[in-house]
Ligand binder design. Structure first.
Ligand code: 3PY
Ligand code: MG
Length: 264
């Protein structure tokens, strides 16, 4: 088998517009439905959900036949955990809460084989290498790996230029929810101070030569952020989609009228 090409990374480099969705249901069936839904990318979230390397592996497997790019968001910067997700076959990792350049440099090292990094080698045990079925996997892996760091705190914003200077970071993704909390506006990602911080950060990221991404749920705002330099957006999550569709359906049939003949 040939080394799978990381199309998400290629398109990031070309600044192609890519629309994604957070996937938190931790379930193979819903993952497969979403994989065929038309998104450019899906991120399997293991930061806020009960996902673990085994459940992420299963979701990577069910989505593999579909024309969608798969990202994984680990719960921490732990290099051993990152190694497991890479070995499971994730080629693009989204790392939360990156606050400074040193953390970014450690992450670059975690996702790369030596000499550039510290990723441990065991191609025969790794789905990413198709258990040694991909010729020269270990020599090709660094080129296909894509590292997206989340800047989503006051400290991260303060250190944005230093983070942007770290070679090996492919893109910076802004997390408005955490950013709002860090700026003192917990639960209010639309607060003017948060919006201003985002509007200041996106063009700086784009000007640095790295791709800029953000979570945004209104199409108009996504278009606006695109004009500021964002080239990839997450536009929602599977949990929210399910909940809102379920509430809408239930409400549509709850007319409040009793069935004929019902006791009053
Ligand atoms: C956030 O908003 O904090 C995220 O991590 C996702 O967008
Ligand atoms: Mg966040």
């Amino acid at each position: 088998m040939d080394m799978p090409k990381n199309l998400f990374k290629q398109r990031l480099r070309q600044r192609q517009w890519q629309v994604g969705l957070f996937v938190g249901l931790a379930n193979g069936i819903s993952m497969e439905i979403l994989a065929g839904a038309g998104f450019d990318w899906l991120v399997i979230d293991a930061e806020h959900t009960p996902n673990n390397p085994a459940s992420v592996l299963a979701q990577l497997q069910v989505a593999a036949p579909y024309p969608v790019q798969l990202l994984v968001r680990p719960m921490s910067h732990d290099a051993a955990l990152i190694k497991q997700y890479l070995d499971a076959g994730a080629q693009t990792l989204l790392l939360p809460l990156v606050d400074n350049a040193e953390q970014a440099r450690q992450l670059v090292r975690a996702v790369r084989y030596p000499p550039e990094g510290i990723r441990g080698v065991a191609a025969s045990l790794s789905r990413a290498a198709r258990w040694s079925g991909i010729k020269d996997y270990v020599k090709q892996a660094n080129a296909e790996v894509c590292l997206v760091v989340q800047v989503e705190t006051r400290q991260g914003l303060e250190n944005l230029d230093a983070i942007l200077a770290v070679a090996g970071v492919d893109a910076v993704f802004i997390g408005p929810a955490d950013l709002a909390a860090s700026l003192g506006h917990l639960g209010d990602a639309g607060h003017p101070e948060v919006r201003a911080a985002i509007e200041h950060a996106l063009p700086r990221i784009a000007a640095s030569g790295k791709a800029a991404g953000i979570f945004v749920t209104e199409p108009e705002l996504a278009r606006h952020y695109r004009t500021l330099g964002a080239s990839f957006v997450a536009v929602g999550g599977d949990t929210t989609l399910l909940r809102s569709a379920a509430l809408t359906l239930a409400a549509a049939f709850q007319g409040g009228e009793s069935a004929p003949g019902a006791a009053t």
